[in-house]
Design a protein around this ligand. Structure first.
Ligand code: MN
Length: 206
């Protein structure tokens, strides 16, 4: 293992997938995962490195670049690429083979307190992901001790709204189009039923 500094990252690296490229099939094919991680996510990381080379951002952690550039009209490209690099790392961790199912007891009572049931939570997350217009993300987030479903547009992240993300679903077309074409609803329901990693969501409660 190479030690990777957390406070000084002159060049951001593409984080490895937490599982094999074919691990999410058939819901998300190896081809989609390979392109999504190896081309799209890598593109955000590479573009970010080019944009920040020789600037003060080159010395900053990804999270700090996002915070520093959010809402800054002259830093939109840096924000977009930094946020998308972060979002994709979080997205892969939000999924796992044989996911979905019953959330662990460390989060289930909070789900029930926030949505009445796990089924209602899943339905709300699916509805948000399906109805989001255009590119973006559906999130399960923590806000003042309660869970909530939100969507963000394009590269936007929950953290800039003061929300702690627990799970992410990518609803950009590149996330599902090769496998599901225009059937985003079926893709989203399959992701929620079969891939979401409730253990990761529970870990993010902190
Ligand atoms: Mn994506």
């Amino acid at each position: 293992m190479s030690a990777r500094p957390t406070t000084h990252s002159p060049s951001h690296e593409l984080p490895p997938l937490p599982y094999a490229e074919d691990a999410l099939a058939p819901v998300i094919s190896a081809r989609t995962v390979g392109l999504h991680h190896g081309k799209h996510q890598r593109g955000y990381v590479d573009t970010l490195n080019k944009l920040i080379a020789g600037t003060p951002y080159a010395e900053m952690r990804l999270e700090d670049i996002i915070t520093a550039t959010a809402g800054q009209a002259d830093e939109v490209p840096v924000f977009n690429n930094a946020a998308q690099a972060w979002n994709h790392d979080f997205y892969w961790k939000s999924l796992r083979p044989d996911g979905g199912g019953v959330p662990p007891l460390s989060i289930r009572p909070l789900i029930e307190a926030s949505f009445e049931s796990v089924d209602a939570c899943n339905a709300m997350l699916a509805d948000a992901a399906i109805k989001h217009f255009g590119s973006g993300w559906a999130w399960l987030v923590l806000e003042r001790g309660k869970l909530k479903v939100i969507t963000t547009v394009n590269a936007e992240v929950p953290a800039t709204r003061g929300l702690r993300p627990l799970l992410a679903i990518d609803v950009w077309e590149h996330a599902y189009y090769l496998d599901w074409e225009n059937r985003r609803p079926e893709h989203v329901r399959a992701v929620i039923d079969r891939l979401v990693d409730w253990g990761f969501a529970a870990d993010n409660l902190g």
